[in-house]
Design a protein around this ligand. Structure first.
Ligand code: SF4
Ligand code: SF4
Length: 466
């Protein structure tokens, strides 16, 4: 082993040691009253999460190729995704898409730690929206903390009512949208308005609404710390050059009380120990104690500290995104990043190739079972079944011709017509007039014409008289 794990000696007399992020075995809330902060990273989160929230909300309503942007149609066993329709036998194609998404997430984690968690994860984004509501109706952090000590009748009951009313409203919209991915937005809205709503749909509406209310309103960081599986394994994707939110210990220590314009010296660092970085932290940790597994890299502490540095005329960046390997980013050989990028590239290419070669129809011709041939008047007849699965969002018509041999004629009892998304079987007969000159077993070539597209299928014809 050539590399040593860097260690730091902590002073047990330091009260802040209590907030060091040791593995938590209980579910104690670390920061029940998060202070909201303004700044660069809060704006960035809004810019990143805003379009994603909008897409989440409109996806079951906005139609493309006759179906919503996202619709998991359980009845037909199909998935509609941005105008493409996937069937159960397209599972491999979707696997490439899922792999591409996973590798994109791994790349983000390798470049900048848990930025997905901090900036785009629905759990964080919804929690932040719920925090904004409580800040708006119940007041600032200090006010909320003070009020929490008062008896119930002296609290801001109107604010509490408004907060929970809005939380439930947002939770219902979220629950509705989740269920609409299975029912379509329009279909679900019509069912609710007309009262024609099944017990199962009612259950899932209540379930998803309650889950959102509890997760974003009450559990918040507990989900990230104790329930999220991604949080458990994302640390294996980082390396020494991964950017993580960190505290510049050399610049900040030793901490000193707030003195405006005080120049940094060997006896006093830039940190004025205002603890704003702790108060704004949604997971309630003190980033000054070093890298901690529960940090979701949301950047709130960076914004809080930058605001403080501005106010005391010190350069920003006492807390910032930095690599574990040093104060400044070093270019190293990042084999893991190269590997993830290659895997992402391959997954996208394979997905694209499969989508481009995706067929709109599944066709097959099978012989009727249990009867090689039969006689139909003066003809020798063989029975077949033509199966057509229509993977389009529109009805289609088809016809069958015999290309080879020319001695055969085709007899169908009904026109071939298949509705959008359906699969149907059509029995037909091939006839050879006696005396039939064909061999005992003759290869046949069939041409299928479906909505202008032609397919070739083959099979056999049995002639018992040869
Ligand atoms: S330590 Fe900073 S970046 Fe990490 S979760 Fe807390 S506020 Fe967000
Ligand atoms: S916000 Fe900055 S100055 Fe204040 S305690 Fe945190 S690191 Fe120190």
């Amino acid at each position: 082993m050539s590399e040593l794990i860097p260690v730091r000696t902590l002073d047990p007399s330091n009260n802040d040691l209590a907030s060091v992020d040791t593995p938590v075995v209980d579910a104690t809330r670390h920061n029940e009253a998060v202070r909201l902060v303004k700044g660069h990273y809060q704006r960035l989160r809004r810019w990143l999460s805003g379009p994603l929230i909008l897409l989440f909300l409109i996806a079951p309503w906005l139609e493309i190729n006759g179906a919503p942007l996202l619709w998991m149609n359980l009845e037909d066993h199909t998935l509609h995704l941005f105008g493409l329709q996937f069937w159960p036998d397209d599972l491999l194609m979707l696997t490439w898409l899922a792999l591409a998404s996973a590798f994109a997430l791994f790349i983000a984690a390798n470049l900048a730690g848990r930025i997905w968690c901090g900036f785009s994860c629905p759990q964080t984004v919804w929690s932040m929206m719920f925090m904004w509501v409580e800040d708006r109706f119940l007041g600032s952090r200090n006010k909320r903390l003070k009020e929490a000590k008062l008896p119930w009748r002296q609290r801001n009951l109107k604010g509490l009512f408004m907060t929970h009313l809005l939380w439930w409203s947002m939770a219902f919209v979220t629950g509705f949208t989740f269920v609409a991915y299975f029912e379509t937005g329009q279909g679900l809205a019509q069912n609710i308005i007309s009262g024609d709503i099944s017990i199962a749909v009612t259950f899932w509406l209540i379930f998803f609404s309650a889950l959102t209310y509890i997760n974003a309103g009450w559990l918040r960081e507990q989900v990230c710390m104790h329930m999220c599986p991604y949080a458990r394994f994302q640390s294996v994707m980082v390396d020494r050059d991964t950017l993580k939110v960190g505290y510049d210990i050399d610049r900040g220590e030793p901490r000193s009380s707030k003195v405006k314009n005080k120049p940094s010296s060997k006896t006093s660092g830039d940190c004025i120990d205002c603890r704003l970085c702790v108060q704004v932290c949604p997971v309630g940790i003190d980033i000054r104690q070093g890298l901690q597994y529960s940090c979701i890299d949301c950047g709130a502490c960076i914004d809080a500290c930058d605001n403080i540095m501005d106010s005391i005329n010190k350069p920003k960046g006492l807390i910032r995104f930095m690599p574990d390997s040093g104060q400044s980013h070093q270019v190293r050989s990042r084999l893991r990043l190269v590997g993830y990028s290659l895997a992402l590239f391959v997954s996208i290419i394979l997905f694209a190739l499969q989508v481009l070669s995706k067929e709109s129809f599944e066709t097959s011709v099978n012989r009727e079972r249990g009867q090689l041939y039969f006689y139909s008047g003066l003809n020798i007849a063989n029975g077949y079944t033509f199966s057509l699965q229509n993977k389009l969002n529109q009805d289609v018509q088809a016809n069958i011709e015999v290309l080879q041999p020319s001695d055969l004629t085709i007899k169908m009892n009904q026109p071939i017509s298949v509705s959008a998304g359906e699969k149907r079987d059509f029995p037909f007969t091939l006839l050879c007039q006696q005396p039939c000159a064909l061999d005992r077993k003759t290869n046949i070539d069939l041409k299928i014409n479906i909505n202008g597209e032609t397919f070739s299928l083959d099979n056999h014809f049995f002639n018992p008289d040869h």
